[in-house]
Write a protein that binds this ligand. Structure first.
Ligand SMILES: Nc1nc2c(c(=O)[nH]1)N[C@H]1C(S)=C(S)[C@@H](COP(=O)(O)OP(=O)(O)OC[C@H]3O[C@@H](n4cnc5c(=O)[nH]c(N)nc54)[C@H](O)[C@@H]3O)O[C@H]1N2
Ligand SMILES: Nc1nc2c(c(=O)[nH]1)N[C@H]1C(S)=C(S)[C@@H](COP(=O)(O)OP(=O)(O)OC[C@H]3O[C@@H](n4cnc5c(=O)[nH]c(N)nc54)[C@H](O)[C@@H]3O)O[C@H]1N2
Ligand code: SF4
Ligand SMILES: [Mo]
Length: 675
């Protein structure tokens, strides 16, 4: 019996440390949280507590497969790696000769967010000269908005919320999506801190808050501007801090003069008195922290949300105090210890300027007839569940002349459309390093067991592709340890391997901006951003309504968030210890709207817009307000009971965000009727 240390690979901020017990036959018999991990402290979660059920699932893909049925049917025959690689190389070489290498696109998401899993493969794609994906389904907008105000993504260490007195969880569902932060928040509450949740849905986090504010979706910027109005009007500004460490304050003050609480209240659908109270308490109850993560970026004006939010702490001088400021992803700190170029080797592009494919608009890219993509390789992504306007994605994947390769652990809704499916290892079958976006740590992950069947890790996949293509560039064949050492030049690699975790350096005294020093060109918070104005955006924080807003034809705003404690994105609904133990998907609607629609609990509703329709049972709930309906995301097509390939994202908008290259999933409108 051996105990092997590892780190969770999921696209989750917590990056928990784990211990795998392996018996003498090399079988993993138990997996539990590593009690010595400084952040997760021995706890995993309801998803990963059952991870061995995933590893040893009879549904695992363990051998290369070739499609025998029609695309989407999901019928495959087993083939050898040799046959699979020969076929891929032959198809790629034909495409390169006829259409150029950038008719091939690698479509890689964070199904495994470990360093090698997500980045080593770029060496191969760079060398090939393939198309490159731009933008992202997740995080890019929140990062870009934050950078506009602060000059970098660096905020405070979220674990310092333990020292806060006033905590605003703004558009983040901490107890579900970031559960290991919750104990730090509870610690603050034990010292009389108050927790406010601002969310259009009464989430499980909202249920646990001291105060819950429920604006209409996409209206938060109006609320922020009205808070600024109250701060200026009532002289609650930290004038010293503002004078020294911000630029554009006078312009901002003039700009918010007509943003009265009543004006914002009408837009947000909340009480003006609540806005007054929120602003006053935010100024008075220091240290005050704003915690946000990703969710609120999924709006057309998502960049503006994060840019405006990141301006607030400077106005009240919250950055001065331990436990005060703005806490989002810690990736910008972690990036200081990762040499991304050493890992991805952009020099292998040799100066070529390859075609970009916008990640969120995959369907449109696949259906583009001007310069058609001829092959797509999907790695760590279940696009048929996760990408908006899914029917367009499906139409694209049905194209006869598109060669599709999927590398995954299961026959997902996406893999059903593949010409070749290749078997992927799980995290306990491969060695890697995981950087965290939720805590200031880097986690080691040792392969605990040998790969099952003929599964290979993402890095091994790309070494095999390189060999099959006849490439000889040595960097394409680096072994995992060599590549990891190069990627982490300042980390004591052997200590990391021994202890399973390394610290990421943080700010002196744990106060990143007590004395200013922002990463903008002026070193100050850009309350007014001339750089943004030069790109055609408003120089000052500005409330804008989305193009797709509730109308007479489609009167409801549809939210489709993560909701199940046993799911991580699209990854678990099909497994017996996960999907069947959750409440099946339903349409959540408030009692007043249900009555007006003549719908009772359990009735079947038809939810539709110009993109698609779903039929779902009605659940009457106080979680949503009038005019807003919600359907949980993460289930697969057959679980929504829709037509083949229809999921909740078949309804969602693929409109681009203002900046950051994200997508407005949550500016979707629908009509609801009795089915
Ligand atoms: N409506 C709606 N849509 C959304 C969202 C939402 O909230 N609502 N959230 C968005 C967000 S934030 C995100 S991040 C995306 C996530 O969407 P996806 O990236 O599709 O989600 P995951 O389920 O994390 O991972 C995808 C796949 O990676 C596979 N995988 C795991 N480990 C490995 C590995 O080591 N190698 C390989 N090759 N595959 C592996 C899993 O089996 C899984 O099928 O969805 C987005 N879509
Ligand atoms: N259990 C579990 N944990 C997860 C995941 C999972 O699938 N399951 N996924 C992981 C991933 S990939 C990510 S990106 C993170 C995301 O972590 P979070 O950002 O915390 O989560 P989301 O649910 O995407 O969005 C948070 C909240 O934003 C709200 N929201 C939507 N529109 C608005 C708005 O206009 N204003 C405001 N104020 N709020 C709004 C939604 O109602 C939702 O409750 O979670 C990670 N952790
Ligand atoms: S999914 Fe998140 S909470 Fe669960 S074990 Fe992995 S990192 Fe921890
Ligand atoms: Mo995400």
């Amino acid at each position: 019996m051996r105990i092997v240390l590892g780190t969770c690979h999921h696209d989750c901020p917590d990056s928990c440390g784990w211990q795998v017990s392996v018996d003498d036959e090399g079988v993993a018999t138990q997996m539990r949280g590593n009690p010595d991990h400084p952040y997760s402290q021995g706890e995993l979660c309801p998803k990963v507590n059952r991870f061995l059920g995933r590893v040893y699932s009879p549904e695992r893909v363990l051998y290369p497969l070739r499609r025998v049925g029609a695309k989407g049917e999901g019928r495959f025959e087993q083939i050898s790696w040799r046959e699979a690689l020969d076929e891929i190389a032959q198809r790629f070489q034909g495409i390169v000769a006829e259409h150029g290498a950038d008719a091939i696109v690698p479509y890689v998401s964070a199904g495994n967010q470990s360093l090698l899993a997500i980045m080593f493969g770029e060496r191969f794609w760079h060398h090939l000269g393939a198309a490159r994906v731009t933008g992202n389904l997740c995080g890019a907008v929140a990062a870009a908005g934050t950078v506009t105000a602060l000059g970098s993504g660096k905020g405070i260490d979220p674990s310092d919320l333990q020292h806060s007195k006033f905590i605003i969880l703004w558009g983040t569902n901490t107890r579900l999506t970031n559960r290991h932060l919750w104990p730090f928040i509870e610690q603050a509450r034990a010292n009389d801190a108050q927790v406010v949740v601002i969310d259009p849905i009464r989430t499980i986090t909202a249920e646990s808050a001291d105060w819950f504010i429920q604006p209409r979706p996409g209206t938060d910027v109006a609320l922020m501007l009205a808070m600024m109005h109250v701060l200026v009007r009532d002289a609650l500004i930290d004038t010293d801090y503002v004078q020294q460490h911000t630029e554009g304050f006078d312009d901002l003050a003039a700009h918010v003069a007509d943003w009265t609480p009543q004006r914002a209240a009408d837009i947000c659908g909340i009480d003006a008195a609540d806005i007054e109270t929120l602003a006053r308490r935010y100024a008075a109850e220091q240290p005050a922290a704003i915690r946000t993560l990703v969710g609120a970026e999924h709006h057309e004006h998502g960049g503006m949300f994060f840019r405006t939010l990141a301006c607030l702490p400077a106005l009240v001088g919250a950055w001065r105090h331990l436990g005060g400021g703005y806490a989002r992803s810690v990736s910008a700190w972690t990036n200081d210890v990762v040499d991304v170029d050493a890992l991805t080797r952009p020099d292998l592009l040799a100066g070529r300027n390859t075609r970009g494919v916008a990640m969120p608009q995959l369907g449109r890219a696949l259906l583009d007839t001007e310069a058609p993509l001829k092959a797509i390789v999907m790695i760590g992504v279940n696009a048929m569940v996760s990408v908006p306007e899914t029917e367009l994605v499906r139409q694209g994947l049905l194209r006869d002349d598109l060669f599709t390769v999927v590398h995954d652990q299961f026959i997902t809704d996406t893999a059903k459309y593949a010409d070749i499916v290749l078997p992927a290892t799980t995290q306990i079958e491969a060695t890697d390093v995981v950087t965290s976006w939720g805590s200031l740590h880097v986690g080691w992950n040792d392969a605990a067991i040998a790969p099952l069947g003929e599964a290979v890790s993402n890095s091994e996949l790309h070494r095999r592709l390189a060999a099959a293509m006849g490439f000889t560039e040595p960097a394409l064949f680096d072994d995992d340890i060599t590549a990891l050492r190069a990627a982490l030049p300042t980390i004591d690699f052997d200590a990391l391997r021994d202890s399973g975790v390394a610290d990421v350096p943080y700010a002196p005294n744990r106060l990143p901006y007590a004395n200013g020093g922002f990463a903008t060109p002026s070193g100050k918070v850009a309350l007014r951003s001339d750089a943004l104005a030069a790109l055609g955006f408003p120089a000052l924080p500005t409330y804008l309504a989305p193009h797709e807003a509730p109308s007479a034809e489609f009167p409801f705003a549809l939210l489709t968030p993560k909701q199940q404690t046993r799911f991580l994105n699209s990854s678990y609904s099909q497994l017996p210890q996960h999907g069947p133990l959750e409440t099946p998907p339903a349409l959540e609607v408030c009692a007043a709207d249900a009555a007006a629609l003549g719908l009772a609990e359990g009735d079947m509703a038809r939810v539709h817009n110009r993109r698609a329709e779903l039929r779902l049972p009605v659940r009457i709930t106080e979680r949503v307000r009038p005019g807003v309906v919600s359907v949980p995301w993460g289930w697969w097509s057959h679980q929504y009971g829709g037509a083949d390939g229809t999921v909740v994202n078949s309804l969602t908008s693929d409109a681009a965000t203002d900046w950051g290259g994200g997508v407005a999933f949550w500016d979707t409108t629908v009509a609801v009727a009795r089915a």
